[in-house]
Design a protein around this ligand. Structure first.
Ligand SMILES: [Zn+2]
Length: 499
């Protein structure tokens, strides 16, 4: 085994090293040209056909929690293992079903007794697990009285829980970040129960039933109106009885993670695409296209002794809330996150009425979300340079985090990627740049049964596969344009202090 590896290093590293001095760009440039040549649209298309066959054999889709997803996972994992990768199946949870047996309980037990009215003063958070706890309440970074919305950042940062006493019930105010983030931080801080209350401004005072979509904490949690939260916050030493009686059924899917045999594990180039489809169809453009492209690239580069570790991710359950990538990132230590120098995301790269859109990592378009973490602008520039080298135009697409790069940029990892458009309408300007039809969606079959093998543009698939190969190959040897993570993290911390 070892002899084979050494033979490979000798066979492959030498020609690369010998070719290097002649090239202005060095090994990264040599390897990029080599990999782009090896990656073939016809091979990418074979993977697409396999994914279509899987969907056809499994009720027409490859959605989270279905046999079609499992078959997709097995197909990808098998190809990667055969290519020589170390493959891990990384389990993630999703909510299969949730129902409540009896109304929840929330009652003040000390210093005085008071019972709140279920499904009026407060509601169980869907999908709260069952739980029955009596403990002291501790407010978490509350803004009382409330300032104009959105102002409360209660529970949004792990640092909000710095003084939190494990075993208590976290009292959290609505505002700024997703409920899921608050819930997750509270659970991580050792809370035994969670009361989130409405923020308190006009129109934001009532309690109501809320589905946060995913399960992140094995403790009971309720959403209360502002009056309840305000009362508990202003009662010194408030102790409450909190009870939720529900049936929560969790399902499990697995991300497929494959890491190159070669490369420095302290410098990881991560490349991802979501593997699941929506239940409505086979998901061949969304996202068989990104899946097939990075799978072909992984296969073609498997035996090259790259300098940096390359890690491919095929995400589960993207379509039901980025669950695969989000839970993967949540499960990494700070040190593991710091090792991921770049994250490249490919979600829909062969839309039938395509435009070459690059995630606007530098916010040069000045649209929607701000720029990404330091390094994101450089990733966009590198991708842009590839299209430029073929005299192909690109346009920006808002860096809004609505695909699997979202959880990565949220923790300061620079990201970038390609997107050929979904249900949005192609403009006249884009039709002039890319051809196709103005006034029509980039993908008329987006999230529908007709997102089949005929719903991909072969040119876009081919060009984008090359663009991905080029970028992966360059970062596999050269991360000099990407700022060191410590710098990125202190920049993010500075931003956080400003707000
Ligand atoms: Zn997608």
């Amino acid at each position: 085994m070892r002899r084979i590896v050494i033979a490979l290093i000798t066979a492959l590293a030498l020609p690369l090293a010998m070719a290097a001095p002649a090239q202005a760009g060095g090994l990264d440039d040599v390897f990029a040209k080599l990999l782009v040549k090896q990656v073939k649209g016809t091979n990418v298309n074979k993977h697409l056909q396999a994914l279509q066959a899987i969907a056809t054999a499994n009720g027409g889709n490859r959605a989270a929690g279905t046999s079609g997803y499992d078959a997709s996972r097995d197909y990808v994992a098998d190809k990667l293992r055969k290519a020589g990768y170390r493959v891990t199946l990384n389990p993630i949870n999703f909510v299969e079903s949730w129902s409540e047996n009896t109304p929840p309980t929330l009652a003040l037990t000390a210093p005085n007794a008071k019972t709140y009215v279920p499904n009026e003063d407060f509601f169980s958070f869907q999908p709260s697990p069952s739980g029955d706890v009596t403990a002291q309440v501790q407010g978490v970074d509350l803004t009382l009285p409330p300032a104009p919305a959105p102002s409360s950042t209660s529970g949004c940062e792990a640092a909000d829980f710095a003084g939190f006493v494990a075993g208590r019930i976290a009292l959290i105010q609505r505002g700024t970040c997703p409920f899921v983030t608050k819930v997750q931080n509270a659970a991580a801080a050792g809370a035994t129960g969670i009361i989130v209350f409405n923020e308190g401004q006009p129109g934001r005072t009532d309690a109501y039933a809320l589905d946060i979509g995913e399960w992140r904490a094995g403790i009971p949690m309720v959403f209360a109106d502002f009056a309840v939260g305000n009362e508990l916050a202003s009662t010194a030493g408030a102790t409450v009885h909190l009870k939720v009686d529900a049936n929560l059924v969790l399902g499990t899917d697995e991300n497929v993670i494959a890491e190159s045999r070669f490369g420095d594990p302290r410098n990881v180039v991560m490349v991802g695409a979501h593997l699941d489809s929506v239940p409505e169809g086979p998901g061949i453009n969304d996202n068989g296209s990104g899946t097939a492209a990075i799978l072909e690239i992984a296969e073609e580069m498997a035996r090259y002794p790259v300098k940096n570790k390359v890690r491919f991710a095929f995400w589960a359950a993207e379509e039901i809330g980025l669950l695969g990538s989000d839970q993967y990132v949540a499960g990494l230590s700070q040190e593991q996150r710091d090792r991921i120098r770049v994250y490249l995301n490919f979600d829909m790269v062969a839309s039938p009425n395509y435009a070459y859109k690059l995630y606007d990592g530098d916010d040069s378009d000045n649209v929607g979300s701000p720029a990404g973490p330091p390094g994101s602008a450089e990733i966009e520039k590198q991708l842009e340079a590839f299209y430029g080298s073929r005299n192909l135009p690109t346009v920006g697409t808002d860096f809004d985090g609505r695909s699997d790069y979202g959880p990565f940029i949220a923790v300061g990892i620079p990201a970038g990627g390609i997107f050929t458009g979904a249900e949005g309408i192609k403009t006249d300007e884009e039709a002039a740049l890319f051809g196709g039809t103005a006034g029509v969606a980039y993908d008329v079959c987006y999230h529908q049964a007709c997102d089949t093998i005929t719903n991909v543009n072969a040119t876009a698939l081919d060009v984008d596969s090359d663009a991905i190969a080029d970028s992966v190959a360059r970062y596999a040897f050269n991360l000099r344009s990407i700022p060191p993570r410590t710098a990125a993290r202190s920049a993010a911390a500075a931003l956080a202090t400003e707000s």
